[in-house]
Design a protein around this ligand. Sequence first.
Ligand SMILES: [Zn+2]
Length: 154
Amino acid sequence: MILKNRHNNLEIVFEESLLKEIETIAVQHYPNEFGGFLLGKYSEDFKSVVIESIILPYKYKASPVLFQRSTKDLEKLFIKEYQENSRYYIGEWHSHPNGSTMYSGTDLNAMIETAESDEVQIKNPLLLIISISKKKMQNFTFYYYSEKKLFAYE
Ligand SMILES: [Zn+2]
C-alpha cells in the first residue's frame, strides 16, 4: 500500500499484513487503547518511508480513552532492529476503541513531546491511529508531524 500526503512529498509504503498485525493486537486490548512504535527505513532521497515492523511497549498506561507508552527496557529491541535489519524508529501507532481516527489534543501534545525529546532522532515522526470495534478495525489514518502540527494522509 502506498499513501501520499498533500502537505509534503513523503510517501508511506507498507504491507497490508503489517496493518493486519496491528489490528489484531489492538482488538486484543479492546476496550482499552493500545499502541506501539513503527520501525522502518527512509529511501535515500527521503521521498518515501517503508514501514516494516513494530515494537510493543512493556510499560504503558491504558484506558478506553487513553494510551501512554513508555520506552522503558526497549533499548535492546531498538538496537537489535537497527543492527540486524537497518530499521529505525519512524513513528508511533495507537488505537481508538469505538472512536474516530482523528487525533486528540493529548495525541498532538504527545507527538510534540516525542519529536522534541532526545530519544527520537527524526524531526517528522509518523502517527498511525486506527479506530476499532470489539471485533475489527474500522478505519485507519496516518499523520505526518511537522512543526507542532499533524497532517493526515488521505
Ligand atoms: Zn489517540
